[in-house]
Design a protein around this ligand. Structure first.
Ligand code: PGA
Length: 257
């Protein structure tokens, strides 16, 4: 089976604390992934740093992502940032429905509006899903299924090549408690089955499925190979250039065509 182009996204969350530190981190990250050839790499800094970081790119080796968007293009939405604004700063990836945003009150309906707006604008749209905890009755599968079906409601098949699903079990985020490669593999197959059910197999196979939750330079290889995911959404380790670079190299080693 032909693998999709791997994707590794660094979600910086609300870090680092200053503009100077953000530029420094980006320069280090750029150096650490310098040898990458086969992997799509993205940094998703806080909004306020995007413009400066986009300028430091010198070429297209690292894509720029945003951690959220408002679904409207402009208007009376105090504190919000729209997709056209971000596109004008060279943002070509967005993360939507991260569990930390859902925890702050973001609903499946809002996630769906954002996903629709972002796919309409032909932006690579990374939708986060994942259960809070695992129960012995495996109810987390139906939870994830509901999140995916709601996020994709009304999304047409011809937009799917820009859709990415990031499976991020909440119990694994920032805890050091990673899903096993088996867990990741099982969830990958499950997500693909849901997408196949909605869109048919050919379109579903184009959707990249990432894993996120305490990924680091040490566990990335196993998760990539045995977990059969298409890449990673990385939080904590994306703030450490060496660790992020090690994740990218683990992916590179196995992604060579
Ligand atoms: P983590 O975060 O890698 O620090 O667990 C992942 C995420 O929240 O995207």
């Amino acid at each position: 089976m032909k693998r999709n182009t791997p994707l590794v996204v660094g979600n910086w969350k609300m870090n680092p604390q200053t503009r100077t530190a953000a530029s420094k981190l980006f320069k280090e990250v750029k150096k650490s992934i310098n040898n990458a050839r086969f992997t799509e790499i993205v940094a998703a800094p806080p909004f306020v740093y995007i413009q400066e970081i986009a300028k430091l790119r010198n070429g297209k080796k690292i894509g720029i992502g945003a951690q959220d968007i408002h679904h409207e293009k402009l208007g009376a939405f105090t504190g919000e940032v729209s997709l056209p604004m971000l596109s004008s700063l060279d943002v070509s990836y967005v993360i939507i429905g991260h569990s930390e945003r859902r925890e702050m009150g973001e609903t499946d309906e809002e996630v769906n509006k954002k996903v629709a707006a972002s796919l309409k604008a032909d932006i690579t749209t990374i939708v986060c899903v994942g259960e809070k905890k695992r129960d012995s009755h495996a109810r987390y599968f139906s939870f994830v299924e509901k999140q995916i079906r709601r996020a994709c409601a009304g999304v047409s098949r011809n937009k799917l090549s820009n859709l990415v699903i990031a499976y991020e079990p909440i119990w694994a985020i920032g805890t050091g408690d990673t899903a096993t490669p088996h867990d990741a593999h099982e969830m990958r197959l499950f997500i693909q089955r849901i997408l196949t059910d909605i869109y048919g197999r050919n379109s579903a196979m184009n959707v990249r499925i990432l894993y996120g939750g305490s990924v680091n330079g040490k566990n990335a290889e196993e998760l990539f190979v045995d977990g059969t995911v298409d890449g990673f959404l990385v939080g904590g380790a994306s703030l450490r250039a060496d660790d992020f670079g090690a994740i990218v190299s683990a992916v590179e080693t196995h992604a060579k065509k």
